[in-house]
Design a protein around this ligand. Structure first.
Ligand code: AMP
Length: 289
């Protein structure tokens, strides 16, 4: 393991990535908000693998930026966990060569920033309904990171299923010319999806948060047993969350790409849920068999 080279200045980063591309190196990018866990690590290792896929050692790079434009008023921007030292170690262990971690959000969004990327339909329901402006902030920062880096491949997690759909639409619609890769959700042994926000949970809340993955697994088993009507699946999942004292934001079965609700859970449909456990908003999803 070696420590990745740290860039805090986006312009210096852009110059370094441009130089690498001019040398003909493949670039693989993992955008993150830091506080990295094993879920992120799986994306970072995939970046290493894909950067080297051309038969020559490419450049595996990651960004660590708590993007203020994707947080709404009253959300957890100020208390979002930050651990640059630990993150650099995680990146190093995964074989990441370069890390962009702007010291000041104004380096990415200076006061005269006025251009935004809006992805219309897939941003609208689910998290988009309860977090207005969230996906505009996500799409804009990822567009900027893609332009700064110009990677061959960008890697994201299926944990944020709607985010991945939004970014796939953006990359396709605006011809970014980057391959978008989605990686499976990494879970704790007991099923809880890894999330930087799990750090907010007390031990008691951590126990109740298991209702999310259990609701998904229960639905998966029901679907595997032939119960494909969405309505009863949704009702059971909701009841399971409520029994754990979680405040349900949404529970939906949707088409995997369009994210429109479906009445029957055909193979490949996705069950998505979001709920508050205490003050912590958690999301999880599962592709139905
Ligand atoms: P974040 O730092 O939370 O913005 O996440 C950065 C990337 O890591 C996003 O593409 C997430 O979808 C992905 N990610 C977060 N948690 C997980 C997980 N448990 N498994 C797989 N990918 C994840």
């Amino acid at each position: 393991m070696s420590t990745p080279a740290l860039f805090t200045d986006p312009a210096a980063w852009q110059a370094r990535c441009l130089a690498a591309r001019r040398e003909g190196l493949r670039l693989a990018l993992v955008p993150t908000m830091g506080s990295l866990h094993a879920g992120h690590a799986s994306l970072l290792r995939e970046a290493r693998r894909r950067a080297d896929a051309g038969g020559r050692r490419g450049l595996a790079v990651a960004s660590i930026f708590v993007n203020p434009t994707q947080f709404g008023p009253g959300e957890d921007l100020a208390r979002y966990p930050r651990d640059l030292e630990g993150d650099l170690a995680t990146c190093g262990q995964a074989g990441i060569d370069l890390v962009l971690a702007p010291g000041d959000p104004a380096q990415v969004f200076p006061p005269d920033h006025q251009s935004w990327v809006t992805v219309e339909r897939v941003s609208q329901g689910l998290c988009g309904a309860s977090r207005p402006g969230h996906f505009r902030g996500v799409a804009t920062v990822v567009a900027k990171l893609l332009n700064l880096t110009r990677p061959d491949v960008a890697i994201f997690g299926e944990k944020d299923w709607q985010q991945l759909a939004v970014l796939r639409a953006m990359v396709r619609d605006l011809a970014f010319g980057v391959e978008v890769v989605g990686m499976p959700i990494v879970r704790e042994a007991d099923g809880l999806a890894l999330s930087s926000r799990n750090a907010y949970l007390s031990a008691e809340e951590r126990g109740r948060a298991l209702a999310l993955s259990r609701a998904l697994f229960e639905a998966r088993d029901a679907v595997a047993g032939g119960a494909r009507e969405a309505a009863p699946l949704l009702a059971r999942a909701r009841a399971r969350l409520e029994a754990a004292g979680a405040r349900v934001d949404y529970v939906e079965v949707v088409d995997p790409l369009a994210l429109t609700p479906v009445a029957r859970a055909e193979p490949g449909a996705v069950l998505l849920l979001a709920a508050l456990v205490g003050r912590t908003r958690l999301i999880d999803n599962l592709v139905l068999p």
